[in-house]
Ligand binder design. Structure first.
Ligand code: TPP
Ligand code: SF4
Ligand code: SF4
Length: 604
């Protein structure tokens, strides 16, 4: 483990991303445990927390549900704990979270990274709706790294004062943008220790009906009173008092960009419960007020339901996608508010089109190549391997959420088995996250299909975090890794094959046997991710143009290192070319070339 960074003294000025600010705040405000499951945009919080010296423990858990359950225990023991996840992780953790919400425990901050624009997610669900209106949990919504830092401290205080979990709702821009932070006085929190409390911590129906559900609702008026006066929400004065804007989160930064000091702004820091009294007074003072918020009309609907006369919200702003200063300027102008043109710097810089693809030497490639050739119906999952659905591999035909692959394949195989093979495919991290129980059910119910576990020894898609299939923890302690093959066998699967992810012939042989096997069969395709721990260099390959017949079979493996050269065959077809700077020598293209035209770089 690298040297850990000391918590800086109060008053230190730093430039931090929201994720780094969150980690530093957790360490500064006495967090005893940081736990979570990786997911963009929040993965780097625990990656940063583990680098900071302090008395906290930092751990990745197998999934968001187990992370929250560990956090509940830490909270019951009187500890301070942050539990991190992306927005869809909240769905996985919802069961323990929603019941725990009705107990009275403190010190628990749930940090959720929402992803407006679905940059790296399967949906854009809005945590304010789920954790606020549905779960009744207080939510803080920071607008920059300083607020992330300060709001973590405030969240611990609210959690302790009202004895409730508190949600810190971040979004992609807040997580990843660097803005200045001035640090606070570091503190140490000593857990009070665990004490049995049957009526509070056992949500038996009798306890829940008598005490817990009512307490959950009784806590709300006190929280609302707090929200009405808390300095987390503030007002910016403006020179045009007839207008007003109610906003929160990253939208505040965009609003400031396009209205400057002209229009008064009510910037909400606590978004559940909403300070509706304060909102009503603001609107009374500024009769032409609009609500500017990303994603759902969360503030707008509650404001309208209270009968507060705003001009509108989603009538002017889109309900989907990430806001930019341009989008905000357009919406405000449509509502009739005076706006400045966003500065050039605020306009998004057009990116170079670069379709996502598996890396050169990715150990998933050969398996998808074979599945494509087998015309398999592939029920996929979430990870780098989801890219196996894109051309030219085109061998993944359904993908809904983490862990769904096995269940979907089982459902299809049960109801209407297609002519060609039914295959579920998922990575090691996903299998350990939520693939074990569906495999157990499928085997038990006698389903007949094939499962492929792509074991690259890491959680690659989110940046290479360790998982229980890896020999070291997030803190760098060595630990026995989970034997995936033994685990699959323990679930009752009898037909198991382990293959090298680079061995095309062996993968084909194992998949053919697995598909022919009646019942659930599992193929584990194993080879480390090509980027972990650093790019692995085997022998770099080249195309021998004397032998290449321009059939483009190698192109069909979809490696970004392979392109077409200027050199033509007799029939005018372009011969292939391998970029030696990108190739890592996995040999998959060499194995599929029908004429042996792919050779070692040094070979003549
Ligand atoms: C519920 C949920 N949690 C977290 C994520 C973020 N995420 C996307 S893929 C993935 C795991 C990928 O690891 P693995 O299955 O091993 O595949 P690899 O990327 O290594 O190929 C994670 C954590 C998510 N999409 N959904
Ligand atoms: S990061 Fe690893 S697993 Fe992901 S595409 Fe690249 S080589 Fe494959
Ligand atoms: S050997 Fe072939 S498939 Fe593997 S990285 Fe090099 S060019 Fe790509």
């Amino acid at each position: 483990m690298a040297t850990r960074l000391q918590i800086p003294p109060a008053g230190t000025r730093l430039l931090l991303t929201g994720n780094q600010a969150c980690a530093l705040a957790a360490a500064t405000f006495g967090c005893n445990l940081g736990v979570g499951y990786p997911g963009t945009p929040s993965s780097e919080i625990l990656d940063a927390l583990v680098m900071i010296a302090g008395s906290h423990t930092t751990q990745w858990e197998t999934n968001e549900k187990t992370a929250v359950e560990k956090a509940l225990g830490a909270s019951m023991a009187g500890g301070r704990v942050i539990v991190t996840m992306k927005h869809v992780g909240v769905n996985v953790a919802a069961d323990p979270l929603l019941s725990f919400a009705s107990t009275f425990n403190s010190g628990l901050v749930l940090v959720v990274g929402d992803d407006p624009g679905a940059h790296s997610s399967q949906n854009e669900q809005d945590t304010r709706m789920f954790m606020g209106l549905f779960a009744n949990l207080p939510i803080l919504a920071p607008s920059d790294s300083q607020e992330v830092y300060d709001f973590v401290g405030a969240a611990f205080e609210i959690s302790d004062r009202f004895r409730t979990p508190v949600v810190l709702r971040l979004t992609t821009n807040i997580c990843h943008a660097e803005t200045p932070v001035v640090t606070a006085e570091p503190m140490v929190h000593r857990p009070a220790g665990y004490v049995n409390n049957f009526p509070n911590n056992v949500v038996l129906p009798a306890n829940f009906r008598k005490l817990r559900h009512r307490s959950l609702h009784e806590r709300l008026p006190a929280l609302t009173e707090y929200a009405e006066t808390a300095t987390l929400t503030r007002e910016d004065a403006g020179t045009r008092p007839e207008f007003g804007i109610i906003t929160e989160g990253v939208s505040y930064a965009h609003v400031k960009e396009v209205v400057g000091e002209a229009i008064p702004i009510l910037k909400l820091g606590m978004v559940f419960p909403l300070p509706l009294g304060r909102i009503a007074r603001f609107v009374a003072d500024h009769p032409k007020t609009v609500v500017c918020e990303e994603l759902e009309p969360y503030v707008e609907l509650q404001t309208k339901a209270e009968g507060i006369p705003i001009l509108g919200g989603k009538a002017f702003f889109p309900r989907e996608g990430e806001f930019t200063a341009g989008v905000v300027a357009q919406g405000l102008a449509a509502a009739g508010l005076p706006v400045k043109e966003p500065t050039a710097a605020a306009a998004p810089v057009p990116g170079v089109p670069r379709p996502p693809t598996l890396c050169p030497g990715c150990p998933h490639r050969a398996t998808f190549y074979v599945l494509n050739r087998m015309k398999a119906n592939v029920f996929g999952d979430i990870g780098c391997y989801t890219l196996g659905g894109l051309e030219p591999l085109s061998a993944l035909h359904a993908c809904i959420c983490m862990g769904a692959s096995i269940g979907m394949a089982a459902g299809v195989a049960t109801v209407a088995r297609p002519e060609t093979p039914v295959v579920a495919i998922l990575g090691d991290s996903t299998f350990l996250h939520s693939g074990i129980t569906p495999l157990l059910g499928a085997r038990w119910n006698g389903a007949d299909f094939t499962v492929v576990i792509l074991d690259n020894g890491i959680t690659a898609m989110t940046g290479g975090q360790p998982n229980p299939g890896v020999e070291s923890t997030l803190e760098g302690a060595s630990t026995p890794k989970t034997d995936i093959e033994a685990l699959v066998r323990a679930l009752g699967v009898e037909h198991i094959a382990v293959v090298d992810g680079y061995d095309v012939a062996r993968i084909k042989e194992a998949l053919t046997a697995a598909v022919a096997h009646p019942g659930v069969a599992v193929v584990i395709s194993r080879r480390p991710c090509a980027l972990m721990p650093t790019k692995r260099h085997y022998k770099v390959l080249r195309v021998d143009h004397g032998k290449c017949i321009g059939c483009h079979t190698c192109v069909k493996v979809g490696c970004p290192a392979i392109s077409l050269s200027d050199e033509l065959t007799d029939k005018g077809r372009r011969k292939s070319y391998i970029d030696p700077r990108a190739c890592i020598g996995c040999t998959v293209c060499q194995q599929v070339c029908p004429v042996g035209a792919i050779v070692d770089l040094e070979a003549v």
